[in-house]
Design a protein around this ligand. Structure first.
Ligand SMILES: Cc1cc2nc3c(=O)[nH]c(=O)nc-3n(C[C@H](O)[C@H](O)[C@H](O)COP(=O)(O)OP(=O)(O)OC[C@H]3O[C@@H](n4cnc5c(N)ncnc54)[C@H](O)[C@@H]3O)c2cc1C
Length: 316
């Protein structure tokens, strides 16, 4: 089987899980696509997962209420072993990249990190991933009875539902007692949709002019239309915006239904992070800006004039 470890939060399946299912479908590896849902009170997540998978294995236990790398690694390795998984796909989130190498060690398996493409040639799994600060895309391959990989979020399109919902099975887990414990959590309160989950993204580049304009134009428009906020590296390096908002080779890869780029030139390193968006809408005062080569809709003009008008129109 191809074992995909579901990522979920707030009782909802994460978009990254749907992306991993596409990675599994495209990988050409053998066996049913099996989603593993770990957590406590995850019945709804498992039902969502069943819509895209051949089968869903559900570990719904108090001991899984909080993510913990030791516990997750043990659970995933146990299920991969028992199910004779050929491939284990784990989200390339911070936590995924934390416990995935432990799973590989437990299974004595090759480990491919942050893959953006997958394909199989017989027993060999080929993957592509960025390296050298994303200046280079390398092709790597691994073979063996089981291979562990993390999947870079935003690199695959979210999977459409399968023809029929997969069966759900409760699983028994032999979990270790963790040596670390989370003693507190403070969650940043934001009503704004996360970049990785957003169906619409408004991104600001250096052309918006200043951090104040960014807040007014980019955040203003995003909040009016329920979009996520992205930034170019130029803007992040200038200290206008946090790195978490950076889109591009060295930031996040996204594929929203609509990507609205304000004052973004469209450098190749930026395009590689958003070029697969369904609709790209660009506003730039330079008609020759490379962003217009990938844009579905373009407005040549000054953001200072166009964006306030868009914000006013979106309030109606
Ligand atoms: C190894 C490496 C990795 C990188 N990774 C990333 C990455 O992950 N993400 C990323 O974004 N970049 C990345 N970069 C940087 C990238 O090469 C560009 O420098 C960057 O994307 C440019 O950001 P920008 O479009 O905001 O700024 P600029 O290139 O300066 O473009 C600003 C644009 O705004 C327009 N403009 C100016 N004023 C106005 C106005 N009033 N109204 C309308 N338009 C206006 C201009 O015409 C221009 O096209 C990387 C570079 C390297 C070398």
């Amino acid at each position: 089987m191809i074992l995909v470890v579901a990522e979920h939060a707030g009782g909802k399946l994460g978009k990254s899980t749907l992306e991993m299912v596409t990675a599994a479908r495209e990988s050409g590896r053998e066996g049913p696509i099996t989603l593993l849902v770990l957590g406590q009170g995850v019945a709804d997540v498992a039902t969502e997962a069943a819509a895209v998978a051949d089968q869903v294995l559900v570990g719904d236990l108090p001991a899984l209420a909080q993510y913990n790398p030791e516990v997750w690694a043990a659970a995933v390795a146990q299920i991969a072993r028992e199910g004779e998984a050929s491939t284990v796909l784990i989200g390339g989130s911070r936590s995924g990249r934390e416990y995935a190498p432990r799973v590989a060690v437990k299974l004595d398996a090759p480990y491919l990190e942050d893959v953006i493409r997958l394909s199989a040639e017989g027993d060999v799994l080929q993957a592509q991933r960025y390296t050298f600060l994303a200046r280079v895309t390398e092709t790597v391959q691994a073979s063996g009875p089981v291979i562990v990989a993390t999947v870079k979020p935003g690199s695959f399109a979210p999977a459409a539902p399968a023809a029929a919902a997969g069966e759900q099975y409760d699983i028994e887990l032999d979990l270790p007692t963790s040596r670390t414990e989370i003693t507190g959590k403070s969650v940043e309160k934001s009503s704004r949709v996360a970049l990785s989950e957003a169906e619409v993204i408004v991104t600001g580049g250096r052309g918006v002019g200043s951090p104040e304009n960014f807040a007014q134009y980019v955040e203003g428009l995003a909040d009016n239309i329920g979009a996520g906020v992205g930034a170019t590296r130029a803007v992040v390096d200038a200290g206008w915006r946090p790195y978490a908002e950076q889109v591009g080779q060295t930031g996040k890869t996204v594929q929203p239904k609509a990507y609205i780029a304000l004052g973004v030139s469209g450098a190749v390193q930026h395009l590689s992070g958003m070029g697969k968006s369904k609709n790209i809408i660009a506003i730039n005062k330079d008609a020759e800006a490379p962003i217009f080569k990938v844009a579905d809709y373009g407005i040549v003009g000054d953001v200072n004039q166009i964006v306030p008008a868009l914000i006013a129109a979106s309030k109606k």
